[in-house]
Design a protein around this ligand. Sequence first.
Ligand code: ATP
Length: 816
Amino acid sequence: MAQRSITSFFKPAGGTSGTEESSSAKRSRQESPQSHGKIGEPEKKVQRKSEESDKKENKSKNSETKKESPKAKKTSPKSKIKASPLKKEIKLSPFKKEVTAGPIQKQISGAKKEANLIPLKKEISEDTKEATNNDEITGKATSSSSTAEKEVDKNDATPVKKLSVESNQCGAEYNPAASKYHPIKDAYWKEKQSTPYLALARTFEMIEDTKGRYKMVEILANFLSSVLLLNPEDLLSCIYLSINQLAPAYEGVELGVAETTLMKVIAVSTGRELKFIKTQTQEIGDLGIVAERSRVSQRMMFTPKPLTVQTVYQKLRAIAKSSGKAKSPIIHDLFVASRYSEARFIIRSLIGKMRIGIAEKSLFQALATAIVNSRQYDDKNKKKKQSEADIKKDIEDITFILKTAYCQCPNFDKIVSTLLTHGLDDLLKYCSMEPGVPLKPMLAHPTRGVSEVMDRLKGNFTCEWKYDGERAQIHRDEKGNVNIYSRNQENNTTKYPDIINRIEHFMKDTVKSYIVDSEVVAWDIEQKQILPFQVLSTRKRKNVDVEEIKVQVCVYAFDLLYLNGEALTSKNFEERRQLLRDNFNEVEGEFQFATSCDTNDPDDIQGFLENSIKGNCEGLMIKSLDNDASYEIAKRSHKWLKLKKDYLTGVGDSLDLVVIGGYIGKGKRTGMYGGFLLACYDDENEEYQSICKIGTGLNDEDLNTHAKFFKEHTIPTPKSYYRFDSSLEPDTWFEAVQVWEVKCADLSLSPVHKAGIGIIDPEKGISLRFPRFIRIRDDKSAEDATCAQQVAYLYRNQDQVKNQKSNAAEFDDDFY
Ligand code: ATP
């Protein structure tokens, strides 16, 4: 990657207007529970305390001899022994036994004599293959340096000392939270040196210990400023690691590592018993912390080569690419090379939950701040003078540019490489929209009736039928490649070979490339009418053979986002709609434009709504025709309102909730689950918050289907990021893998449920009254479930609540 000089890279951004801080960003971070959010218990504090004691432990020269937290002591499997649990554990560790009696020990002693690392690596590698039952985990990784980093004789204290002396120089004290942080002097690595992973882990640590979002962003920004000034080549890895992604979401790169695999690796690598790791995880609620503790208590013969952000990122990618058992050796490699809190964050990356509350929104702010910070330092590392107001304005402008670039091109590889080669000013030019790269769709706000629509949309608007199918973003590039993406940017192309086969007929000769936004619905060829969503859902999800298709589909196109090399998103809806109509042909039952009615008359709207329902639709989408009604990528916008038939009074919308547990059925439901515990997703705290129990709307067939499905997804204990009251504990816990659409009579404040806790009331969450199961939402992942802010918005938007005075913030249009 060609790299610009530091000073030329950070050219001031053009005068683009800033965006507002989102309402969610305004909300102060909640104390997220260490595990189960039991009412009245300051659990986070308990966890923090134990984490703090761990941190102290990390810093200690003889950390093995420190006592573990009282919690761990209480349940230690060998609690009858008087010695401190940790000490005792080392004494009794099965790994130690192996070391004492087994061939590894021989090799280590041999190595001590020879003091030669390379032959030792080889010997251990062969030995391990032959003599331990851990091949699966160490496997080929034994050929790398990490395998040489074994525990050594407990009488040999030298390596421990070495580690503690090293701790002062190796970044264990790195503090990106320092006030007046200097991105060059306060970084412990030098220009052009690879960015140490420990610096990033320390950054995560500090963020985790911070409550305010502003400070969290500042900490990340400080670290990123150092990266930008010292080795910008590492920026991409730092970004991906911070938001726990490995590639653009639409590439679907998944780590695919089970928690039990991680536990096994930790057990084998540290010599701790698997049972002990499991108990600890259950108690602490965080395998990352358990991993860190286990790692800290290890003595090492050789100081491992420090991990860099690039190594960690590349190894995580390698884990994602490798299949099954081949993953474990790479994880093992990473784990044994980790120091201090590195183990915690490596394990959390592998689990898929960083628990530091940094999502894309905060990342953009931090990166923008880092860019502004970095350009304040001239070659002599002295700070240039700039007023606070100018700095703030610059940060806002750059955040806006970054967000816009990401909305058009949700690909950090491209954004970062453009930043480094062309600078900020050209970012939007190079990271523009293009067919083949799915966009996050524009979404609508719910309303509860025609009068609410009239209150909200002041100018001209149009009403369209709201089709009940599956959103489809159809992309065609100049070469004729066609792809269909879901609402979630998943590639659904192989689901619709029939659409692909006939798609060329729908466009006029003038068309070379396009992105059409549409809804695919099931279509009855004989009756020439739309069929309900349930029919569409019977269609196979992938690799559909066109010969076997039983459910025919029709595409209802409602927007055109790109045409012949030009992005249309900044044009208003009326223009885009005209271009759609001018450049495409309707074919009945195959490709049609959304039925619409441009009217501001409430009676006409009401009549049109009734027609839409007769036409097997869900209701209406009402869209502004004002001049500024651009296509707002990745936004839930007030320029689009949805009006659904069932909710003309009441809540206004259904909710999409994650199933996290099941209650064993009684009576007629014996032998299956009779009810389920549902949760919304709080993207700010990265946790699932319980919102209701549900048992209504589920027929026997549903119950059987759910029982079969969740059998494959049960977990022995709730995930540490499930927030619920102990009184609601289900009989079986599930992984957060399925989303259900649910309707309810209304929403109320709840002393037991945790949805949106802290938004409306500091101690109460929100729950659903009379929830009813509607359907499974296969097109939504658990993290796309209705978020805590939306739950609060729906709660607040109820008449009975609206009439009460509320100081709570509005749920503004913002990137979701
Ligand atoms: P959301 O997408 O708002 O989170 P959701 O996925 O549950 O909610 P709905 O509440 O049903 O979806 O409403 C929005 C969806 O309606 C769009 O994402 C789109 O798939 C569908 N839709 C159907 N007809 C239209 C139309 N004419 N214009 C826009 N969207 C439409």
